[in-house]
Design a binder for this molecule. Structure first.
Ligand code: PHB
Length: 375
């Protein structure tokens, strides 16, 4: 949606195919921390008014361990805050803008297939309302997520995949309660990781590391709150306002990258090409970084008749993606309990947290990655 809106702003037509309905997409809860470069892209796309009005700038975050915590000051370290604004709201704003501009969005598409990606005349076929349709295009942007068909369209002898599966999940709840703290709290505890996040003054998002064999129904709201309180410092546990959950779900954690991100006239963007574990909230932000490189590549093609940007897309996008992968993997490894962790492993984790607490250069490195590396 962001790519489509940006292309529109730069006079390039696109058609968006969506497998689900609009209501389904707008009903999903996703992370809510935006890098400044993402906010800038939304402004370039002309869709940042509500984001500017309703988003919350966060100048730092708390890292908690056992009963202690310290703050990493993003603003002091990097000059930049992050913005808390739900991904679902980003999508809502983009739908509104595309619809207002008469954008071509086709929902409920089935049996999508990409043809001729390695030729100069690619086309996409799909079914909607039982009718087979075909769209001929100059380029195809595969923004269809980890389970989409775009990545699978690239032949196996060309594609290389890198993957790490983490042996735990995140159980998340959304509750109409005031956040326990005005900034996020990333907490490491002997019972596992916990995260206190938010959407606004009366909407909180909390997560706890859970077993992959758990299902949301195993966790009553009361059990969730009890476990969360055990994993955060007492000062926060004591002031935590609990209430009924309005959403509860479990997400597995995975690091994944596929190379290359371009095959002929097909470009992979976002989850179609890479996945990060949610620690650090890089999922949407890495998708936006791909959009930035692809937009520039396509503008170079249409405005200057040059293939240079297109040829460099995969390399440029991947250079930044791998750094976000490294950060998300590091932040996940720092704060979670892993099965089979030895006493030595635990000491290493603790030493790393102590180093981060006491070392300005370490905090600067963490902050630079958290607020988003430059494009
Ligand atoms: C969220 O608010 O959903 C959230 C925030 C930070 C993360 C992950 C998720 O690292």
């Amino acid at each position: 949606m962001l790519l489509s809106q940006l292309l529109h702003v730069h006079g390039i037509d696109s058609v968006v195919l969506e497998r689900k309905t609009k209501d389904y997409v707008l009903g999903r809860i996703r992370a809510g921390v935006l890098e400044q470069v993402f906010v800038d892209l939304m402004a370039q796309a002309g869709v940042a008014d509500r984001l500017h009005a309703e988003g919350f700038e966060h100048n730092g975050t708390l890292i908690a361990y056992e009963d202690d915590s310290f703050r990493v000051d993003f603003r002091a370290q990097t000059g930049t805050p992050v913005v808390v604004y739900g991904q679902t709201e980003v999508t809502r704003d983009l739908y509104a803008a595309r619809e207002a501009a008469g954008g071509n969005l086709i929902f409920n598409t089935e049996d999508v297939a990409i043809h001729g990606a390695e030729t100069d005349a690619p086309y996409v076929t799909f079914t909607v309302d039982g009718q087979e349709q075909r769209i001929d295009a100059d380029f195809v942007a595969g923004c269809d997520g980890f389970h989409g068909i775009s990545r699978q369209t690239i032949p196996l002898n060309i594609r290389r995949e890198y993957e790490k599966i983490y042996p735990f999940g995140w159980l998340g709840i959304l509750s109409e309660t005031p956040p326990v703290h005005h900034e996020l709290i990333y907490a490491s505890s002997a019972r596992g990781f916990a995260l206190c996040s938010m959407r606004n003054e009366n909407l909180s998002r909390y997560y706890i590391q859970c077993s992959l064999s758990d299902s949301p129904e195993d966790w009553t709201d009361a059990a969730f709150w009890t476990e969360l309180k055990r994993r955060i410092p007492a000062q926060f546990a004591d002031s935590l306002v609990t209430g009924p959950s309005v959403e509860k779900s479990i997400a597995p954690l995975r690091s994944f990258v596929t190379e290359p991100m371009r095959w002929g006239r097909l470009f992979l963007c976002g989850d179609a090409a890479h996945i990060v574990p949610p620690t650090g909230a890089k999922g949407l932000n890495t998708a936006a970084s791909d959009v930035h490189y692809l937009l520039n590549a396509l503008r170079d093609y249409y405005e200057n008749g040059s293939d240079q940007g297109i040829d460099a897309y995969s390399q440029n996008a991947l250079a930044r993606i791998w750094k976000a992968e490294r950060f998300s993997w590091w932040f996940t490894s720092l704060l979670h309990r892993f099965p089979y962790q030895s006493e030595f492993d635990l000491k290493m984790q603790r030493a790393e947290i102590d180093f981060l607490r006491s070392n300005d250069a370490a905090q600067k490195a963490m902050a630079e990655n958290y607020v988003g590396l430059p494009y």
